[in-house]
Design a binder for this molecule. Sequence first.
Ligand code: UT7
Length: 328
Amino acid sequence: MNKPIVEIAGTGRYTPERILTNEDLSKMVTTSDEWITERTGIKERRISSDTETLAYMGRIAAEQALEEAGLAADQIDTILFATASPDRLLPSTACDLQAALGAENAAAMDIGAACSGFIFAVTVAEGMISSGKAKNVLVIGGERLSRIVDYEDRSTCILFGDGVGAAIVRPATGDRGVVSTYLKSDGRLAELLWRPAGGSSIPASAESVEDKSIYMQMAGPEVFKHAVKSMTDACDRAMEMAGLTGDDIDVMIPHQANVRIIKATAKHAGMPMEKVVVNVDRFGNTSAASIPIALDEQIRAGTIKKGDTVLLVAFGAGFTWGSMVVKW
Ligand code: UT7
């Protein structure tokens, strides 16, 4: 196995208090608990209140991660906030979080790689640390997708939820840490999963609200096929680069979009479901937050233990996809 450059020294998470169940959704659009459960595996998702901003949720998750790593906020030199639903378009949510956290010595920026954002951001952190530009990096994956979902569109509103996960990435001191990463994108397929308006090409307007282009739109079955293919390939790449096979992996954490995507990816990658983490039933698809939330849950539950080999894999809008093997 490659010698790691960075390790994940602490993790944290925050998920909003409010739960939106399938039953609740069936009163809002023509759907049912049975359909949502069978097609997606989702039973409920968390929805942020007006005060549960990304900066607010991020601060709580970051403080847990800092405590685990034995660091104070002013020891963080870089904040990377992976999100597709920033609190504002300008300035970055990372800057808002920096202020909320009191991380006065940090440089802060957002990373846009949708559901793959956490893996992309950890890889950027690895590069910055490797080149001597950073030492203690706070990586956050966080979303408030409920704010950009059309709650009249049953094909998307049942899927998404809100939440934040955090990790401290710092130089590895031994064999523990990130042993391989793989990142890939295909911008030609952007319109299969996108939010057409709200940026500078189609600014937010009464018209973009009226025609709903301000909301996320997805060609579900197409995205499904690409997700399975790309995540399967990404699993193979990260394991190959680490010199490992599926048998060497103790825990696999796939992006939580749909339990059928997770099962198909695991099957193609030859990974038994006993090794695969699933929490999509409780949180739905939280995009960039799904992997760090699941990671933190597993670490705190003791399911990921010292010495374990963990495979992370994600796929999202862009399209973007990526994977990472981490020795715990
Ligand atoms: O985060 C990474 C990106 N996202 C994903 O990876 C998500 C990828 N896609 C999916 O997970 C699935 O495609 C969905 C869950 C979005 C949809 O499931 P599906 O099995 O692909 O359903 P479908 O879109 O092919 O729709 C089948 C039927 C349609 O009705 P007709 O045309 O057969 O009469 C839909 O109108 O199900 C209907 N339908 C619904 N019915 C009840 C779509 N949404 C719903 C709903 N409740 N919520």
